[in-house]
Design a protein around this ligand. Structure first.
Ligand code: SAH
Length: 452
């Protein structure tokens, strides 16, 4: 069977392919790699990674608790117990091996969900009532149903007919409510609407596990904060922080001692960061809802008097910029327009300028994206080195991913200082552990501001 590829708009796909082709001598290989990347992005990573709250319990204790909980969850679904292990080189990571794709039977009754809900299902989630768009008139609680993603986005809330158009079968599950209950009862019931007993991919459903002990995070995002290497007592800025996966990691690594400033652009987003901090009992972070690009920068010397921040105030800045997010997996269809795709690099440069102003000499800047474009990754690094002579590209620890990609203006030495997670890349990876490779697409660059 041919593997699905992520479906992009035609002009976006051509633009991306041309951008990769422009940097290579071997066009055939590059085309093949590009197709491989599009395929890989359509499937979920085969590992789930959890970051552990080691301020609360030891990693072994958390592993025991989570393993026991998961064994019960898998047993209740009649699945074989999962492979669970502590990451051999990251002290705060638990790895769970997923399984799939499975052969699926087709049930007579079809439930329709949207793309985002479908992507969560492929990573282990059940389907909440709000995620259900369509269901057959005769669906009763307890019925076994087949669940499909509506790839064209044409199905309307409450649709009853089997769906036309293109669809993708993500698994079978047990309806927890009748159709009338879901669409006609007021208020609409809440909670799980379809329990995914036979998903295409078996992966842990994390919603009932211990949120005070674990946080599901993609491996490269975890590595990103280790590369930042925040120390207890330091001043750290997390400029684009919501929902706060990396913020909680920063505060944990600092043993909750020091000053962390976390910013995102709306109250709603900041509430999510705060909720994550509260779950883990982390108090060394102040969260602010504002446009990070508009922070007034005042002369050096004082302390943070929000929104004003003194110039060169922070020891380290994490700049996990808004990006085209093309590295996210799985993704079967991405509607991003060419204009939007092209707009990111200029937007990201504004954040970089601001970050550099706020970083003290000798301080560390980590720039990261969850995308795969050269414009937002390698070419951004070239621009930084050309425009900020006091920033020096710095080696990363840990370095578990591959290197930056070939790009005119970037020497081999500099390429090696960059960390790229490209799950489809087949070169120089024989030594890489499969759980370090089969991740989302992600990019990390680390800079040090030299003292003049
Ligand atoms: N670091 C986060 C993920 C960040 S995604 C984590 O690890 O959990 C990028 C974030 O940038 C989004 O939450 C988006 O709301 C935020 N963002 C976009 N423009 C912004 C701006 N002008 N100021 C502050 N945050 C912004």
């Amino acid at each position: 069977m041919e593997k699905p590829q992520v479906e992009l708009r035609e002009d976006v796909r051509s633009y991306l392919e041309a951008s990769f082709l422009a940097e290579t001598e071997d066009e055939d290989k590059c085309r093949q790699d590009f197709n491989g990347l599009m395929e890989t992005l359509a499937s979920p990573p085969m590992y789930t990674t959890l970051r552990l709250n080691t301020l609360k319990l030891s990693r072994e204790e958390i592993k025991d608790i989570i393993s026991e909980d998961l064994r019960m969850v898998y047993k209740n679904r009649n699945w074989d117990p999962p492979q669970i292990f502590l990451h051999p080189s990251l002290e705060d990571v638990l790895v769970i091996e997923n399984r799939g794709p499975k052969q699926l039977k087709q049930m007579e009754k079809e439930v329709v969900i949207d793309h985002n809900c479908g992507m969560a299902v492929l990573r282990g989630a059940d389907i909440f009532v709000q995620g259900i768009i369509g269901a057959p008139a005769n669906m009763m609680s307890g019925d076994m149903v087949s669940v499909y993603i509506d790839l064209d986005g044409k199905c309307l809330k409450g649709d009853m007919q089997p769906m036309g158009g293109s669809k993708f079968h993500v698994g079978n599950g047990v309806a927890q409510f009748s159709r009338d209950n879901i669409f006609k009862t007021k208020p609409t019931p809440s909670g799980v609407g379809i329990l995914m007993s036979e998903p295409l991919y078996e992966a842990p459903c994390l919603s009932d596990l211990r949120p005070d002990l674990i946080l599901a995070q993609n491996l490269p995002s975890i590595i990103c904060t280790h590369v930042l290497d925040p120390q207890p007592g330091e001043r750290i800025l997390d400029m684009c922080a919501a929902p706060g996966g990396k913020t909680t990691h920063i505060a944990s690594k600092m043993k909750n001692k020091g000053e962390v400033v976390a910013i995102d652009r709306s109250d709603q987003k900041v509430d999510k960061i705060q909720a994550n901090l509260d779950r883990w009992g982390l108090t060394c972070v102040t969260c602010h809802a504002c446009d990070a690009l508009k922070i007034p920068i005042v002369p050096a010397g004082g302390s943070v008097n929000f929104p004003e921040i003194p110039t060169e105030y922070f020891d380290r800045v994490l700049l996990d910029v808004p990006c085209s997010a093309l590295g996210q997996r799985p993704s079967l269809k991405n509607q991003i327009t060419l204009n939007s795709l092209k707009s990111y690099s200029g937007y990201q440069r504004k954040f970089i300028r601001k970050a550099v102003q706020l970083l003290r000499p000798g301080g560390v800047l980590v720039y990261s994206t969850c995308t795969v474009t050269l414009e937002e990754n390698e070419k951004q690094v070239i621009w930084v080195l050309e425009n900020f002579p006091d920033l020096q590209l710095t080696a990363q620890v840990p370095h578990l991913g591959s290197h930056g990609r070939q790009c005119s203006g970037l020497s081999k030495n500099l390429q090696q200082l960059l960390q790229m997670f490209d799950p489809s890349c087949d070169e120089s990876h024989d030594s890489m552990a499969v759980y370090d490779k089969d991740t989302i697409g992600f990019f990390i660059a680390k800079f040090t501001k030299i003292k003049s």
